[in-house]
Design a protein around this ligand. Structure first.
Ligand SMILES: Nc1nc2c(ncn2[C@@H]2O[C@H](COP(=O)(O)OP(=O)(O)OP(=O)(O)O)[C@@H](O)[C@H]2O)c(=O)[nH]1
Ligand SMILES: [Mg+2]
Length: 257
């Protein structure tokens, strides 16, 4: 029996695209920081022909992640500055795809959803999110605090920036690379103050969600369970990152055009 399709909360917006354009190329970007256990389990499930380019973006792993990836034929870029946003910025010139698909190899992202994300992008969306909370999708990685935080931040983005997200925070998503420039995600000035205030380095997915909604871009979500992390250690610094993202949401609501 076929399950009925889960409609994205964005599905009824006037911007819903209908065309299918498969000419846009795709780069799969996989950030890693000591994730060799996850890499060994997850990477064999990714078919290389699904995408046009795969980049392993490493933060200086010392557990054999880099060696394993290179031995298995993956291109690895090792960042020189700490922080995941800094890593994204460094690797930008090497990204050849029109579409960027960010993926966590720690077991949290289900590889088999990659073709669905790409197919949705080819329908003409600017961003497609693999939501952990859409329909029957669930996170097995959440504890009560991250579950509450993800709910609160997603609600905040929806209220302040006019989004319809069920998951504004997840890394597992595809978007047009051009959005990085159009939404000024690559500009240090939008991240510097919260990073200094709260003493951390943040990523840019939450700001991308807020600004894409604010600009009324063509956004949709598909349901994507989040299995538990495999091996390695959590890098997320809940309080510092949370405070930084909250700061960004409110500042954007007041200042960002
Ligand atoms: N290159 C690089 N990768 C990083 C950095 N910090 C985290 N990552 C990797 O980014 C991927 C996504 O991390 P997240 O899922 O956001 O963080 P996490 O530590 O897994 O935390 P939870 O998923 O909440 O358990 C993982 O493969 C991490 O190893 C970094 O500074 N540089
Ligand atoms: Mg993770």
């Amino acid at each position: 029996m076929n399950a009925s399709p889960v409609l994205s909360p964005f599905a009824h917006t006037p911007e819903t695209p209908v065309r299918t354009d498969t000419s846009q190329t795709v780069t799969l970007l996989i950030p890693t920081l000591n994730e060799v256990v996850g890499m060994k389990a997850i990477m064999p499930r990714i078919k290389r022909e699904w995408v046009d380019q795969i980049i392993i973006l490493d933060g200086g792993s010392t557990d054999g992640t880099i060696e394993w990836a290179r031995d298995n034929g993956y291109f690895v870029y090792v960042q020189s500055q700490p922080g995941i946003r800094q890593a994204y910025n460094e690797v930008l010139p090497l990204i050849t795809g029109d579409i960027l698909l960010t993926f966590s190899p720690d077991g949290n992202s289900i590889p088999e959803l990659i073709p669905q994300l790409i197919a949705k992008m080819h329908e003409g969306y600017d961003m497609v999110i693999a939501s952990r909370y859409l329909g029957s999708a669930r996170s097995q990685d959440d504890d009560w605090l991250t579950a509450f935080g993800n709910w609160l931040f997603t609600r905040t983005v929806n209220l302040l920036h006019g989004g319809c997200y069920t998951d504004a925070m997840v890394i597992y998503r595809a978007y047009r690379k051009q959005l990085i420039y159009d939404l000024e995600l690559d500009q240090d000035r939008w991240h510097r103050t919260p990073e200094r205030l709260f003493g951390c380095r943040i990523s840019w997915e939450p700001l991308l969600s807020a600004r894409a909604a604010r600009r009324c871009l063509r956004i949709t979500e598909i349901p994507g369970d989040e299995p538990a992390r495999i091996g390695g250690e959590r890098k997320l610094r809940i309080w510092r990152w949370g405070a930084s993202y909250y700061f960004q949401f409110w500042r954007d609501a007041l200042l960002w055009r």
